[in-house]
Ligand binder design. Structure first.
Ligand SMILES: NC(=O)c1ccc[n+]([C@@H]2O[C@H](COP(=O)([O-])OP(=O)(O)OC[C@H]3O[C@@H](n4cnc5c(N)ncnc54)[C@H](OP(=O)(O)O)[C@@H]3O)[C@@H](O)[C@H]2O)c1
Length: 260
């Protein structure tokens, strides 16, 4: 087991990629704190993990609120006594709008969830990790931060910012035994975010969702979407000791879509 005795926080662990990461980490021996707003989803994931013999706890939290970020970290310490791994996975996409019309209120909300919350959570866990001289933070970005997709200004800006935050935190943390990395997934079409977006883009361009997806798949070397489980495999590798010499990096898990 790669994560035996570790305690991991997975934000947005109630569904999609976060759920796959939470379940994979638990199967590898970690006690997992699953955090998101939808209580029924996080409780369901905790029940799945416990049903399989693993350890997990749910903390309902809205990451746009600083107090709720603290609630997650406090909840992890109360339930399991420490935090060894933080996965900043939760995110929202925001509206499909061109830059000249992008509503500032939505911009601020996307930034609060996608970029500010990872900072706040990192601030809350780093002192403990530094004191222990070990720990791992993984930020989930996107290939959209490296490509040029239209109508996604707040999302891509927040996710590009998350790569910057990853590198700066890694630089500060490296000599204190803490590694910080990011993953850029390509399209994981099974998730709610992806399915909602396909519908919204199809409506915007007045085409079918199938057409939108077909075009996207043509830009991927493997010609297929990624699965949440494939992202979870990369996440497990990066937070585990298997990646002991890897920090400040961004791993594209995209079937061959972007190349830097
Ligand atoms: N799916 C893709 O194609 C794709 C591609 C590249 C990158 N990604 C990234 O992968 C990560 C997971 O995406 P996904 O596709 O699995 O999305 P998803 O199915 O929509 O799941 C997002 C998770 O984040 C939580 N969340 C959203 N806003 C929150 C808030 N304010 N406070 C707390 N939790 C919040 C959601 O729960 P609640 O709504 O209940 O709070 C949910 O658990 C995201 O960072 C996304 O940007 C996804």
């Amino acid at each position: 087991m790669l994560l035996k005795g570790q305690v991991a926080i997975v934000t947005g662990g109630g569904r999609g990629i976060g759920r796959a990461i939470a379940r994979r980490f638990a199967a590898e021996g970690a006690a997992v704190v699953v955090a998101a707003r939808s209580e029924h989803e996080i409780k369901q994931v905790v029940a799945e993990i416990q049903g399989a013999g693993g350890k997990a706890a749910a903390v309902q939290a809205d990451l746009s609120r600083e107090a709720d970020c603290k609630k997650i970290v406090d909840g992890a310490r109360v339930a399991f006594g420490a935090v060894h791994i933080l996965v900043n996975n939760a995110a929202i996409y925001g509206p499909i709008q061109p830059i000249e019309k992008f509503p500032l209120r939505d911009w601020d909300e996307v930034m609060a969830v996608n970029l500010r919350a990872p900072l706040v959570l990192s601030q809350l866990v780093l002192p403990e990790m530094y004191a222990r001289k070990s720990g791992s933070i993984l930020n989930i970005s996107t290939v959209g931060a490296k490509a040029a997709f239209s109508l996604s200004g707040a999302y891509t800006a927040s996710k590009a910012g998350l790569i910057g935050l990853t590198r700066t935190t890694a630089a500060e943390a490296a000599r204190q035994g803490v590694r910080v990395n990011a993953i850029c997934p390509g399209p994981v079409t099974e998730t709610k975010m992806s399915q909602d977006l396909t519908r919204e883009f199809a409506a915007h361009f007045q085409s079918g969702g199938d057409e939108v997806l077909k075009q996207m798949m043509q830009s991927i070397l493997q010609g297929r979407p990624q699965t949440a489980d494939e992202i979870a495999s990369a996440a497990l590798f990066l937070v585990s000791d298997q990646a002991s010499a890897i920090t400040g990096q961004t791993l594209n898990v995209d079937g061959g879509m972007v190349f830097y």
